[in-house]
Design a protein around this ligand. Sequence first.
Ligand code: S3P
Length: 182
Amino acid sequence: MSEYKNKFLNTDGRIVLEGYMGSGKSSVGRKLSFLLKCEFNDTDNVIENKEGRKISEIFEENGEAYFRNLETELLKKYGDSESKNLILSLGGGTPVREENRPIIKKIGTVVYLRATPETVYERVKRSKTRPLLQCEDPFGRIKEMIAERDGAYTECADIIVDVDNKSISEIADEIIKRMGDK
Ligand code: S3P
């Protein structure tokens, strides 16, 4: 553990987790923050707390563009902040907006949690909290969106971790190991 922590502290001390919905960003983020003893923030939660309502309500009441502007505004705050020892989990769509990508990279070491559509579908099929997947053919939508977004995720990423068939602990360990190897 101390070996892990030392390696981590030799870096800029901030890890950003990106990837499609259901790729495990929040769970892996929480695990990493426990292992590395640093703070964990999830941009969706920060936005929900600030707005005093759920993401689904924001989409419903103000539309997606309004939510995307809140995301960019929040990212800029993290980009300007000097705070160290932070694990930041992004919303699945954050890297899609081109203007967000250099800010994401500026925040810290970016880890792309890459999942296949099959894995994502299994994890999110009963979820009602993701407005973009409340449609007739969620699997088709997931496939299409992952194909569209993969380029943006890859462009931002310093490290890509394939998450299929891996536990949260295995993924967190792999990230720490690969950060140490960098
Ligand atoms: C979105 C992903 C969600 C949330 C919003 C939009 C997306 O976050 O930000 O519903 O565009 O992929 P999670 O990836 O944490 O589910």
